[in-house]
Design a protein around this ligand. Structure first.
Ligand SMILES: [Zn+2]
Length: 292
């Protein structure tokens, strides 16, 4: 992302950028901004500074457009990533529940085998009861039969519980499968949208980058350095701002009337006393914004 998230405060940067950006320009034949040529009509400082401010503001407008594109493009992959994470989570849930059903089915087989074994034992004891020599032996076998009967009841209870659990898990699996299908379809759409946007914005970005380079070419190095430094140090990427409702368009600090007058005179390039951003007046901003 082009927008800087530097922790440096705007205020901290003010003195250095002020120093770098305040001196007026002395010579410049012509300034080309966004294919519009502003030919210098006289040698006055006013005109030279005005053209420089226009170039700087023009560069800012172009770079802001690039920033916006990169922000849009930066957010889409995040949406795709979120969706992929959700799908991974659902897949894990599906796997876990399927494994739990397998385990429950294994237990069901085991309970059925145990019940069959108990029934066989009961049959065996009942046979033995027919050949007992005394009451004590008969009673003892009756106790064994009773015990196996209870064992069967316990296993049957467990079988019913397993059956309920399996039904619930199957329902849950159906639900998770439906969610997965919806998310996967959503992901396919998002990926298609993302590739389309990337293709579109890359083309637009390239065009803007060419314009940005063109604007940079006509700006004196020291101003360009100041511009780049301010842009990196502020959160919104704005190094050149206009006066908005008597305030700095970057940090919204009030600009005293005398300072505003100086800015409008175009005698030198002036910066915000609070945030260090280069300030242009409305006439310069309007000229650039209408030509863009
Ligand atoms: Zn400011």
């Amino acid at each position: 992302m082009a927008v800087s998230n530097s922790k440096t405060t705007d205020k901290k940067k003010a003195p250095t950028s002020k120093k770098a950006a305040e001196a007026p320009y002395t010579s410049e034949a012509s300034v080309v901004v966004d294919n519009t040529e502003f030919v210098k009509s006289d040698e006055s400082v006013d005109n030279i500074v005005r053209l420089k401010l226009m170039a700087l503001y023009s560069l800012q407008v172009i770079d802001t457009q690039v920033d916006k594109i990169r922000i849009i493009r930066g957010e889409l992959p995040l949406e795709v990533q979120d969706l992929e994470d959700e799908i991974a989570g659902l897949s894990t849930r599906l796997e876990n529940n399927t494994a739990e059903i397998t385990e429950l089915n294994r237990a069901v087989t085991e309970y059925n085998e145990e019940i069959a074994r108990s029934r066989e034992m009961i049959k065996k004891y009942e046979q033995q009861q027919k050949n007992v020599r005394n009451n004590r032996e008969y009673e003892s076998l009756s106790k064994e039969i009773e015990f196996q009967g209870l064992e069967i009841q316990l296993r049957e209870k467990k079988l019913r519980e397993a059956s309920v659990a399996i039904d619930a898990k199957n329902k849950l699996i159906d639900d998770v499968k439906a969610q997965l299908e919806a998310k996967e379809s959503n992901l396919r759409d998002k990926n298609a949208e993302l590739s389309e946007i990337i293709a579109e914005t890359e083309k637009e970005e390239q065009m803007l980058m060419v314009k940005s380079e063109k604007a940079k070419a006509i700006i004196e190095d020291r101003y360009l350095t100041a511009y780049t430094r301010i842009r990196k140090s502020v959160r919104n990427g704005l190094a050149v701002v206009k006066i908005e409702r008597n305030a700095c368009g970057g940090c919204f600090s009030k600009i005293p009337p005398q300072r505003q007058l100086e800015i409008r005179m175009h005698k030198k390039i002036l910066v915000c006393e609070y945030c260090g951003r280069i300030i242009v007046d409305e006439t310069i901003a309007d000229t650039i914004e209408t030509s863009n």
